[in-house]
Design a binder for this molecule. Structure first.
Ligand SMILES: [Fe+2]
Length: 130
């Protein structure tokens, strides 16, 4: 598991969903589950969409000033992921493609959580206390 405590935002629902995303990205490269790559990719796509939608509910409900910018990052990642999935379906070397998708997902998540989700969480938690 590539999750570490330093990635925690402090909003339990968001942290649980982030952990699940890391877990699914791990399953993707688990050789013993290679026959389930296609269904894992589909699950990942749906779960990413659900997770972003849930985060955006938090943004709107707390009148987060950077909600639009944050949403744009989600939209861009969704599009990048869709492109990778299409390439996976066409790829001759599917196991190499799976590794590529795994690192794209993990690297994006880490960077996004550390910079953007944590920034939002700090705003949100502070706002709850007032
Ligand atoms: Fe986010």
């Amino acid at each position: 598991m590539l999750w570490s405590k330093s990635l925690e935002t402090g909003i339990p629902k968001i942290d649980d969903q982030h952990k699940e995303l890391f877990r699914q990205a791990d399953i993707l490269v688990d050789q013993s589950k290679a026959d389930r790559v296609e269904s894992t990719l589909n699950f990942l796509k749906d779960y990413v969409n659900k997770h972003f939608a849930d985060e955006e509910v938090y943004h709107r409900s707390s009148q987060y000033p950077k909600a639009d910018d944050h949403k744009r990052l989600h939209v861009e990642f969704t599009a990048a992921l869709k492109k990778q999935f299409e390439e996976f379906r066409k790829a001759a070397n599917k196991s190499a493609m799976v590794l590529t998708i795994n690192s794209i997902v993990i690297n994006w998540l880490k960077e996004h959580i550390m910079r953007h989700d944590k920034e939002f969480a700090a705003y949100y938690i502070q706002k709850q206390q007032h």
